[in-house]
Design a protein around this ligand. Structure first.
Ligand code: 5GP
Length: 325
């Protein structure tokens, strides 16, 4: 346990509003009754999991609370010895808060709260439930902010209920043309036609990738492309898309030496931490300390950090390894 906690970790898949701790919800004035609805430790399925985000969204519906939420999430990851965090969030408007206000607030909270030993980047999400026009409008906004904060805003994600909405390839082509990296939720549910479209676009990273290896044609295409997958074990076990930790599809990636990282997805909703995710894979796959360290080390390569930042992170992980393994 202690090893997984102390290990310097790289978090590449964390949704802001799914990462709020119970303590944060309390601080933001959430009632006990809503707080107990927010977190699920038992299996509930994807559909019910999506309903849980409502509590967090209500709690972050003004800039003051959104600022505190962002600050707390970063601090909690830092305490878990996450040395590099790519936080992602969906810009949204609420009464008294425009999408621009939302993005500005998150940027401000990241820039004003530099905790020791953690480097934070921002990925902005497009919600697949929104129309093509709405997604295009949000992307244009993201591009404008990225041009002002190119070191902070590194990429665009596609998320939201996988049973609804669409992947619009041209929107992500535009993001790429504008210097944004792409991380796309892919194959969380079986949807072979969409998975093929996403793979052919060749995103920089894929989220989940649960139902790729189950289709030989897709699996062959995927292996040829070799795109890093963000694996969120606890999230998948709770959402019932994996039967157990030992049967999680990450086993295929380990077996075939394919690129992956471990991630929390929504540490608040799924009551987990990145250390716990490492502990789960240690137990389920019998990985030793060096193998766990290697997962962390390789994740640096898959991150959207600059070449200089990647060198710095590699150097500090190597230094840690000499002392601790
Ligand atoms: P936010 O973007 O509001 O900061 O974080 C919560 C949102 O992230 C959810 O409303 C949902 O759109 C997205 N999200 C969180 N977890 C998952 C997941 O496991 N799969 C997908 N597709 N989207 C998710």
């Amino acid at each position: 346990d202690l090893f997984c906690h102390k290990l310097p970790k790289i978090e590449l898949h964390a949704h802001l509003n799914g990462s709020l701790s119970k303590l944060t919800l309390k601080q933001l004035g959430c009632l006990e009754n809503s707080i107990s609805q927010y977190q699920s430790v038992k299996a509930i399925g994807l559909k019910d999991a999506f309903a849980l985000f409502k509590v967090a969204h209500e709690a972050t519906s003004n800039t003051k609370n959104l600022y505190i939420a962002t600050q707390n999430v970063i601090e909690e990851f830092a305490k878990d010895n996450v040395v590099y965090l790519e936080l992602r969030t969906t810009p949204r408007s609420e009464e008294g808060m425009s999408e621009d206000d939302y993005i500005e607030t998150v940027i401000k909270a990241i820039r004003e709260n530099r905790f020791d030993g953690i480097l934070v980047k921002l990925i902005l999400s497009l919600d697949r439930r929104r129309s093509r026009e709405e997604q295009t409008e949000t992307l244009d906004r993201i591009i404008r902010f990225k041009n002002s904060f190119p070191d902070l805003i590194r990429g665009v994600d596609l998320s939201g209920d996988p049973a609804k909405g669409d992947f619009f390839r041209d929107i992500f082509e535009k993001a790429r043309e504008n210097g944004l990296k792409t991380a796309i939720h892919c194959a969380e549910i079986q949807n072979d036609a969409e998975v093929k479209n996403i793979l052919e676009f060749k995103p920089d990273r894929l989220g989940h990738g649960t139902f790729i290896h189950t289709n030989p044609e897709l699996w062959a295409l995927y292996k040829q492309l070799n795109i890093p997958v963000e694996c969120c074990l606890t999230s998948n076990v709770i959402c019932l898309t994996a039967n157990s930790y030992a049967e999680h599809h990450v086993q295929e990636w380990i077996k075939e030496k394919l690129p992956f990282c471990l991630a929390t997805d929504d540490k608040g909703v799924f009551n987990t931490s990145l250390s716990e995710e490492f502990l789960h894979i240690h137990k389920a796959s019998k990985l030793n300390e060096l193998e766990l360290w290697t997962i962390s080390y390789k994740s640096i390569e898959y991150s959207f950090a600059s070449a200089e930042e990647k060198n710095f992170l590699r150097f500090s992980l190597e230094k840690w390894k000499i002392k601790n393994i």
